[in-house]
Design a protein around this ligand. Structure first.
Ligand code: HPA
Length: 271
């Protein structure tokens, strides 16, 4: 086992001693979304700083907390606050939580993020269920020697986002009284926001939303054999013909306001 694998196992052993059940569902939340899942029946909450080998998020809006509990009778492990490539973390660091979840036994991974809308039919506050992605970061968490115990050298990405989970998310939203969008997420390196020409380019490429996360975790999750659900909160609309300066404060506020919708979807798919 290499040093990375050993670090994952050290963290896993630390958590196994504290968790009361094997988690089935793993949830990774991003910008402004750490408040979602507050309805969870919590049995363990730990700051990342208390967990061995855990990177500490440098983004102020990310809580940096692991919370485990029960939702609709199922054991759930949430990691509130993620790591981004733009913070200077390597793809392996960004996907460390996914590998920990894999080793703990998680089989279903839910990844949430805040994203800029490219599809002009979308509105601020909409939830887009990710149907597919384009990884434009230039990075990949599977570069290097493949750990065969974790997954295949060339994992198939045809079903990167599980179609059954997309349908479940749509149904859960409907039952809760709102509709969701579906679309393609463009994963960029960031942290500079997109130019109008870049937005035009992404639109032509078939992207509906853009952000700086999720694709690394998705790839690691697929490699791990997990079913992955991706949920984007559309926090702002990027119209290249009427470009407007994005307000980070407004983005965070919109993301926070969407937490009840994400909770409803999560509860629905778990049930
Ligand atoms: N671009 C990139 N990431 C984002 C955006 C955006 O417009 N909005 C929220 N996250």
């Amino acid at each position: 086992m290499n040093a990375y694998g050993a670090a994952v196992m050290e963290t896993v052993n630390f958590l196994r001693e504290r968790l009361t059940a094997v988690p089935e569902v793993g949830v990774l939340t991003g910008t402004g979304l750490s408040g979602s899942m507050d309805s969870l029946g919590v049995d363990l909450a730990l700051d990342y700083s208390k967990i061995p080998n855990f990177p500490v998020s440098t983004v102020e809006t990310h809580r940096g907390r692991l919370v485990s509990g029960t939702l609709a009778g199922r054991s759930i492990l949430t990691m509130q606050g993620r790591f981004h490539l733009y913070e200077g973390y390597s793809p392996l660091e960004v996907t460390f939580p996914v590998r920990v979840m894999q080793a703990l036994g998680v089989t279903c991974l839910v990844v949430t993020n805040a994203a800029g809308g490219i599809n002009l039919d979308f509105s601020e506050g909409d939830i887009m269920v990710i149907r597919d992605h384009i990884n434009m970061t230039g990075a990949n968490p599977l570069v290097g020697t493949n750990n065969e115990a974790w997954g295949d050298r060339f994992p198939d990405m045809v079903h990167a986002y599980d179609a059954g989970l997309v349908a479940s998310a749509q149904h859960a939203a409907k039952r809760a009284g709102f509709t969701v969008r579906t679309g393609v997420y463009a994963g960029l390196l960031g942290p500079s926001l997109e130019t109008p020409a870049e937005i035009r380019f992404l639109k032509i490429a078939g992207c509906d939303a853009v952000g700086f996360s999720t694709v690394m975790e998705n790839i690691a999750g697929v490699h791990a054999g997990m079913k992955v659900l991706g949920l984007s909160v559309i926090t702002n609309i990027n119209d290249p013909d009427h470009p407007e300066k994005a307000s980070v404060d407004a983005i965070i506020k919109t993301a926070e306001n969407a937490a009840p919708k994400l909770d409803a979807i999560l509860r629905g798919i778990v049930e």
